[in-house]
Design a protein around this ligand. Structure first.
Ligand code: ATP
Length: 598
């Protein structure tokens, strides 16, 4: 084992995997003081079940070691009142600095290692056998990683697409055979070079600066247009590199694929008229979960749960702050479910006046009340038959209406207002709220039995603050779609502006982010959006000396009050307009205004 460590020490250190004592020690160890008596020491070892302990002086510096054997000898020779400092072993241990490499263990023949800080104070201990066991696991792990890395290198090399990976400085660290063949530069010559020196018209060096992914960009290499992806690689909240991929060698290859799709479509069109009816009617509005943008672990997990829930027909409750995408998830789930061939009907429970909601949901018969339409009217439940009914802002529903909804969910049937005919409910129900429904149950503002009925599966969408890794892909996507919408050439973000975006608190979540991007696209003349173009309240996020971005001032209630007030003034007190500009829902605006005393 030791031989193995000695022979591989340089190789392990080179990989940057240099374990230090601080990581592997037992911190806050039991210790004895030099002026403890043998009897006291025996008592302490017995109490702590230890068979040895380090001995320290008044400054916590290790000065010796006491073992159970030494104590036993002292007791046998009637020295139980002797001081420890007179019978300890002051040589049988090695004092090592907490930052020292454990790979240096072979330099010492001791069994006990006392770990000291920079002031030579004892902060931990570790024994040789434990160290050797951990080292053995560590070496096995490295071998495993090496094995995985060599498989990955193999996969990359056999990939048809050209793949290049750069580190955070834009230096090529991986480069596959396809790329090498295509640009005629040997892999060995490319590795270690700045990517701009090797790959013509590349933008990967900017991808690592801005953290903005680009999918399907066109890059000219040797006069030929290529379709490429450029994806930043994030670790924690820093870009550590980027991967570039040639997806199609030359646009002609893409045209061949497009031709194939078109001819396949034609064939289907001829053979299958069914496709042109029913479900395809709203194809432009179809939302699938794949269209929900986000690469963070949280988003991947939420999408996984949503996919799973979509496959069953249980009632789903989607919770999350305003603007997190609850509506989008509801549509995505509908598309994936067995109800997808039916309609998706959206009801904003907060927007319908209390006296109308019953007839809106259940419909009414002719003559049910004054002003009722001739022939009656279908309610949302009827309209949503065989499809999905999305009850948005369910927390805004009155207690009376909650009782009626509960009865419907329990009986699985309903009647129109003023009618007697029973209608069966064959609808998937998805409810959503940005309120804490459980708290409302406790405050008796929401029926507990209805809460359980709706909450068979809960999908909690985290706020954008809790999944900042999603920000760059959202920015890239909406930047492109806004530029497209306003018919202007594609703009880009400077790295400073992007950093502010990934550190800004986004109280209005994705909706706020989309609104800010739209305003920036419309109001910025330059091709690059930099720090100075961002709204002033966002510029409050500045870089501190140690390079960590922080808010100059907390996004205080005062700032928010001022912001809301000025937007209200701008829109002549129109709250719907103000909420839209803030990227928050109207009900959230009311809640914020009450809290801020506006
Ligand atoms: N992950 C995402 N990818 C793409 N677009 C998103 C994403 N999340 C939200 N959006 C967009 O953000 C906007 C707000 O989303 P949505 O209306 O679904 O939010 P919500 O949580 O239902 O808000 P509210 O509670 O205010 O009704 C929509 O334009 C939606 O398309």
């Amino acid at each position: 084992m030791l031989q193995d460590i000695i022979s591989r020490q340089d190789e392990i250190v080179q990989k940057g995997d240099n374990p230090i004592f601080k990581d592997w020690m037992l911190s806050n160890p039991y210790y004895l003081r030099a002026n403890h008596s043998v009897k006291q020491a025996a008592f302490i070892l017995n109490e702590t079940d230890a068979d040895w302990a380090p001995v320290v002086n008044d400054d916590m510096n290790p000065i010796g070691i006491i073992t159970a054997k030494l104590l036993l000898e002292s007791i046998l020779y009637e020295k139980k009142d002797e001081l420890i400092k007179n019978c300890m072993n002051n040589e049988g241990f090695a004092a090592v600095n907490h930052e020292d490499s454990v790979l240096d263990i072979h330099k010492f023949s001791f069994n006990y290692f006392f770990v000291v800080d920079d002031h030579y104070k004892l902060i931990g201990t570790v024994i040789r056998n434990d160290l050797l066991n951990k080292l053995s696991d560590f070496i096995q792990e490295i071998d495993q990683l090496e094995h995985t890395a060599s498989i990955l290198a193999e996969v990359m090399n056999s990939a048809y697409e050209g793949v290049a990976v750069v580190d955070k400085e834009g230096i090529i660290v991986q480069f596959n055979e396809s790329y090498s063949r295509f640009i005629g530069i040997d892999k060995e010559d490319a590795l270690g070079c700045y990517v701009q020196e090797v790959i013509e018209n590349t933008n990967l060096h900017n991808t690592v600066k801005t953290g903005l992914p680009e999918r399907g960009a066109i890059q000219y290499i040797q006069g030929q247009p290529m379709i490429v992806h450029r994806i930043p690689l994030w670790k924690k909240d820093k870009v550590v590199g980027a991967i570039g991929m040639i997806v199609f060698e030359g646009v002609s290859e893409l045209y061949q694929i497009l031709d194939k799709i078109n001819s396949d479509k034609l064939k289907i069109g001829k053979n299958d008229d069914l496709l042109s009816t029913g479900s395809s009617k709203d194809s432009a509005l179809l939302t699938t979960l794949d269209q929900i943008i986000g690469v963070s672990d949280r988003t991947v997990e939420v999408k996984r749960i949503a996919r799973k829930a979509a496959k069953t027909d249980v009632t789903i409750l989607i919770t999350g702050e305003s603007g997190t995408g609850k509506g989008l998830y509801a549509r995505g789930i509908h598309q994936l479910s067995s109800f997808s061939s039916g309609p998706f009907i959206n009801v904003d429970c907060g927007a319908i006046p209390e006296n109308l909601i019953e007839s809106e949901l259940f419909g009414y018969e002719e003559g049910a009340f004054t002003g009722a339409k001739k022939g009656g009217k279908q309610g949302k439940f009827e309209l949503a038959q065989n499809g999905t009914l999305f009850l948005d802002e369910i927390g805004e529903m009155s207690l009376t209406m909650q009782t009626k909804l509960l009865r419907l969910l329990e009986d699985k049937e309903f009647e129109r207002v003023g009618g007697t005919q029973k209608y069966k409910v064959q609808t998937r129900i998805i409810a959503a709220t940005n309120r804490n429904l459980w708290k409302m149950v406790e405050e008796r503002k929401f029926r507990e039995d209805l809460f359980y009925r709706l909450n068979v599966v809960e999908i909690q969408i985290p706020s954008l603050r809790e999944r900042m890794a999603d920000v760059p892909s959202l920015v890239s996507n909406f930047l492109e779609s806004m530029c497209h919408k306003y018919h202007i050439p594609l703009k880009e973000f400077s790295s400073e502006a992007m950093s502010v975006f990934v550190h800004y608190p986004w109280r209005g979540n994705v909706r706020e982010l989309i609104n800010v991007i739209e305003r920036l696209v419309v109001l910025t003349d330059n091709d690059t959006i930099t720090l100075k173009h961002l709204p002033e309240y966002m510029q409050d996020i500045v870089e501190s000396k140690n390079g960590i971005l922080k808010q100059r001032q907390a996004y205080s209630d005062n700032n928010e009050r001022e912001l809301i007030q000025s937007l209200l003034n701008e829109s002549n007190g129109n709250k719907t307009e103000t909420a839209r500009k803030l990227g928050i829902h109207r009900t959230t605006l009311y809640q914020r205004m009450t809290k801020l005393g506006l």
